[in-house]
Ligand binder design. Structure first.
Ligand code: XMP
Length: 517
């Protein structure tokens, strides 16, 4: 696919992905590559119209700290260095970066001292926008050809520019929301300075992706596991548009789905889209294997393994397949190539359909691997999927199992399903659903004493969780009004038999995770 494109070289910042999202919001395709994995040949093949150097956790004053490949400064391409990216550009082009100054974190005011093409009409000389700083080192001397175009108290070279070469350096983070007009500055760089055409839209991507799937798959057969989540659903509809009934979807009901979920998924895909679909009720098998298991990792492993067996059986029944479709997204692709190759700790074993391709000797089809979640939602809309479906909150592979700490039983799951449905219904009624990244109920393995009417109750307690997030990697708990929480608690206790106490989880991630297990 030929799009005008931009390259982001990653120096390990926590927010590099946000740069990519901002660039794509302006209709420009971009990729993130580790700073040390960019050969002249690969770069020539990718053919970007500009390069952004990301921030990072290191200090350029430390020996052996990362550097951009020198050749990128000789390509005649515009370059924007952000934070560490600015500092390494300065260190490599003959400027001076010093460590040991006061660190500057959080909001700061800068003063624009000179107009530049990077500012366009967004900022003009004399304006004082508020920006988001996060740095320990700072540039104190700039090479010939550069001008200081903005300063701040903590950073004399808050923004620098070499208009001839179209090299720009920014000490703060224009990609984060807290920087006033930050997204516009990125737009000015990618669209006006690099000249990218802004031809990256999901409507055009849809047709290209369909063609690419046809070319790849030919006349072979594809299977796709549907979970009810947005990613696998969009992947399935896209693949079906491309190859029709060469696709079969498999929906495994583990017994740990939300209320009404199975009917909704099967109804949409089999009845509405006419996609060949196997609906396998394997709830007895799953719940049997999970009986008396209360360790979260054991539960996840059992669910993952059982899922693979059931899926494998279903696939055999339709005479096998050549390809397995997966809803892998771009953040998964980037995360699997860590910028320094360092190991990462396993917090939770994520269960999708890992293990299946090897077991079944399948080729992998990942039609969403270039997309961010919000782009997948746009693609879903371009494919005609209803907004109710496309804008759904994420739902984890192991389903309600990770929302039912301790031992899982059918009774507990039934109680949880009801409480979850009441909670989500109240959130929708309040018009808050789309403001929240994910909301759900958790059934606690605790029974507490209560009083209802004139009688004593001894029932389960449940916890409500709602978080805001950009990508699920970090999250803040949602600050509901007390009045809303009180109304939901009353509804759950009145409408759900088996629960007599409701709590609200106010833990952010980190230190918590979004799911309870
Ligand atoms: P945690 O709990 O790790 O969750 O903060 C982050 C996001 O990932 C979802 N999640 C999963 N998704 N398989 C999935 O497909 C899994 O095993 C899994 N575990 C957690 C979770 O719902 C949240 O959106």
């Amino acid at each position: 696919m030929q799009h005008s494109s931009l390259l982001i070289l990653d120096f390990g910042s926590q927010v590099t992905k946000l740069i990519a999202r901002r660039v794509r919001e302006h209709g420009v395709y971009c990729e993130i590559w580790p700073y040390n994995n960019c050969s002249p040949e690969d770069l020539q093949k990718f053919n970007p119209e500009g390069i952004i150097l990301s921030g990072g956790p290191c200090s350029v004053t430390d020996e052996g700290s990362p550097r951009a490949p020198d050749f990128v400064f000789d390509l005649g391409l515009p370059i924007l260095g952000i934070c560490y990216g600015q500092q390494t550009m300065m260190a490599q082009l003959g400027g001076v970066v010093e460590a040991g100054h006061h660190c500057e974190y959080g909001r700061a005011d800068i003063e624009i001292t000179k107009n530049t093409a990077l500012f366009g009409t967004t900022w003009t000389e004399g304006s004082t926008p508020t920006v988001w700083m996060s740095h320990g080192d700072r540039v104190t001397n700039i090479p010939d050809g550069f001008d200081i175009v903005a300063t701040s108290k903590g950073a004399p070279c808050a923004i620098i520019a070499n208009e001839d070469k179209k090299f720009y350096g920014i000490q703060f983070h224009p990609e984060v929301m807290h920087t006033q007009n930050g997204s516009e500055i990125i737009r000015n760089f990618v669209r006006d300075i690099c000249g990218c055409s802004g031809d990256w839209t999901m409507a055009s991507y849809k047709d290209e992706a369909i063609q690419a799937i046809r070319d790849k798959v030919g006349a072979e057969k594809v299977i796709c596991g549907l979970s009810g989540g947005v990613d696998s659903s969009v992947a399935a509809v896209l693949i079906h548009e491309a190859i029709g009934d060469q696709l079969t979807c498999i929906y495994v009901d583990t017994g740990m789905m939300r209320k009404g979920e199975s009917d909704q998924v099967v109804g949409l895909f089999r009845d509405h889209y006419n996609i060949p679909l196997i609906h396998e009720d394997a709830s007895d098998l799953f719940l049997g294997k999970l009986a008396s298991v209360d360790d979260p990792e054991k539960k996840r492993k059992i669910i993952g393994g059982t899922f693979i067996d059931v899926f494998d059986d279903c696939a055999k029944r339709i005479g096998g397949a050549d390809w397995l479709a997966q809803g892998t997204l771009y953040p998964d692709v980037i995360e699997s190539v860590s910028f320094d190759g360092g190991p990462s700790v396993t917090i939770k074993s994520h269960h999708n359909v890992g293990g299946l391709p090897e077991k079944m000797d399948l080729k992998i089809l990942e039609p969403l691997r270039e997309l961010f979640k919000d782009e997948v939602r746009d693609l879903g809309r371009a494919l005609g999927l209803h907004d109710d479906f496309v804008a759904r909150h994420p739902f984890p592979g192991p389903g309600l199992a990770v929302r039912c700490p301790g031992e899982i039983t059918r009774d507990k799951l039934d109680i949880l399903r009801e409480a979850d449905a009441v909670y989500l219904d109240a959130i929708r009624e309040e018009g808050l659903y789309n403001e929240i990244w994910q909301a759900f109920a958790v059934l606690l393995p605790v029974r507490t004493v209560g009083v209802m009417g004139d009688g004593r109750t001894y029932d389960y307690a449940c916890a409500l969780r709602a978080v805001t997030s950009v990508d699920g990697m970090t999250a803040d708990f949602y600050p509901f009004e007390m009045d809303f929480l009180s109304r939901v608690a009353t509804r759950i206790i009145n409408e759900v038999k088996g629960i007599n106490r409701v709590t609200y989880d106010i833990t952010s991630k980190p230190p918590g995770t979004i799911e309870w297990e």
